[in-house]
Ligand binder design. Structure first.
Ligand SMILES: N[C@H](CCC[C@H](N)C(=O)O)C(=O)O
Length: 276
């Protein structure tokens, strides 16, 4: 079966976008892995699927699959590309979109040029919501890895995130610690691992070892989760420029119960067809 796709990225976090509105698409973990394979397929961090809305008050359904084939709850960089994609494919003419994801809904606002703003909803901080095994909710948690204890934040943006503060982002132990933490037993559904350096209360640097992928050039939900953790520790203001290896996102959050908003680019690289 030939399926049309668009190859897109948000700050180098790259995606294969599939239009499941105009085409009938059935994905399996094996098909996702093949699409994402950078030698046998197209190659991407995530495969993103646009589907018709399931509820009258939403415009589309947005499904996210990591390169390892697993379906997950949210993808921030992908949400910005989603907004651009549905416009380019003329699936909608609306500037403001209400999109259903596994963990709720996102509000997407297609702005000028290549900028898209996303209301990512309120972060979830109770351990059982993340999910994270802890006796009670805390600002940060001790976590033992191979006999060494680290201090982490634990935040859900619909998907789980662990955040560690580092002095120098260039020296962050992403490759050594990322894979160990991503499958830590206290995160029963796995976790995305962010390494965060605060430069000033409005400027920070972040690298993310993503669940189901590995280190990516950017992680939208990771940027939101890191900002929430730093804000709770009163290390940053309500607006932060979060610098990732692929570029910067602007994140706003004013405190518990409030939504996190994220603004950044969404780029289309090429269109094609794949045989599924
Ligand atoms: N790896 C993530 C999904 C993609 C998140 C990231 N690409 C973003 O932009 O938010 C997870 O397993 O929860």
């Amino acid at each position: 079966m030939r399926v049309k796709f668009s190859k897109m990225h948000g700050l180098g976090n790259d995606f294969v976008m599939l239009d499941g509105v105009s085409q009938r698409i059935r994905l399996s973990p094996d098909k996702v892995r093949r699409i994402a394979d950078r030698r046998l397929g197209i190659g991407c961090d995530q495969v993103l699927l646009v589907e018709p809305p399931r509820h009258p008050d939403t415009d589309f359904c947005y499904r996210i699959f990591n390169a390892d084939g697993g379906e997950v709850e949210n993808c921030g960089n992908g949400a910005r590309c989603f907004a651009r994609f549905v416009h380019e494919r003329r699936l909608t003419g609306k500037q403001h979109l209400n999109v259903e994801i596994a963990s709720g809904t996102l509000q997407l606002n297609l702005m000028d040029a290549d900028q898209v703003e996303v209301n990512m909803g309120a972060p979830l901080l109770e351990p059982e919501q993340i999910p994270f095994r802890a006796d009670r909710r805390a600002e940060s948690y001790p976590l033992e890895v191979n006999g060494e204890t680290f201090t982490i934040g634990a935040v859900s943006m619909g998907n789980p995130h662990a955040v560690l503060l580092v002095e120098d982002i260039q020296l962050a132990p992403v490759r050594e610690l990322g894979p160990l933490l991503a499958v830590h037993s206290r995160f029963p559904q796995g976790v995305n691992v962010g390494f965060l350096q605060i430069e000033t209360p409005s400027r920070a640097h972040l690298r993310v070892f993503e669940r189901g992928v590995g280190e990516t050039r950017a992680c939208g939900t990771g940027a939101c989760a890191a900002m929430v953790y730093a804000h709770q520790r009163e290390l940053v203001e309500d607006k932060v420029d979060m610098h990732l290896p692929g570029g910067a996102l602007t994140i706003h959050w004013s405190g518990p119960g409030q939504p996190v908003t994220m603004k950044g680019p969404a780029i289309t690289v090429f269109h094609g067809q794949i045989i599924l």
